[in-house]
Write a protein that binds this ligand. Sequence first.
Ligand code: 9YT
Length: 130
Amino acid sequence: MIVRDYDTAKNTDRRVNSDGWSSVRLLLKDDGMGFSFHITTIHKGAELKMHYQNHLESVYCVSGKGSIEDLDEGKTHEINPGVMYALDKHDRHILRATEEMTMACVFSPPVTGKEVHNEDGAYPLVEETV
Ligand code: 9YT
């Protein structure tokens, strides 16, 4: 069994800070679950254009307020606590936070922890080195 505490993990290298967001990766690829699990904070006012070409992601809003614009369908959906979105078609999107948002995110395949967003707002697949 794996048990981890967010308040501990946030002070380790499981926490990644970037432009407009920070994320604590509670489960990563090397945990062997087949997915990764992150608690991501989107900063107030952030506008993040993303396109995860190599990953499926589902996101549940725990707190805060914002919207997600589906750039393929041309629709914008409000995000409030309790709302989940799933990028089942590798959907191109813009996430906007009108208030700081806390999101619980699952990635499949799992993120290794070493990815950085490329210019398309995607994570490359990181190859095994061993
Ligand atoms: C809400 C959202 O898109 N989260 C993405 C996860 C975060 N960028 C991370 O942990 O890399």
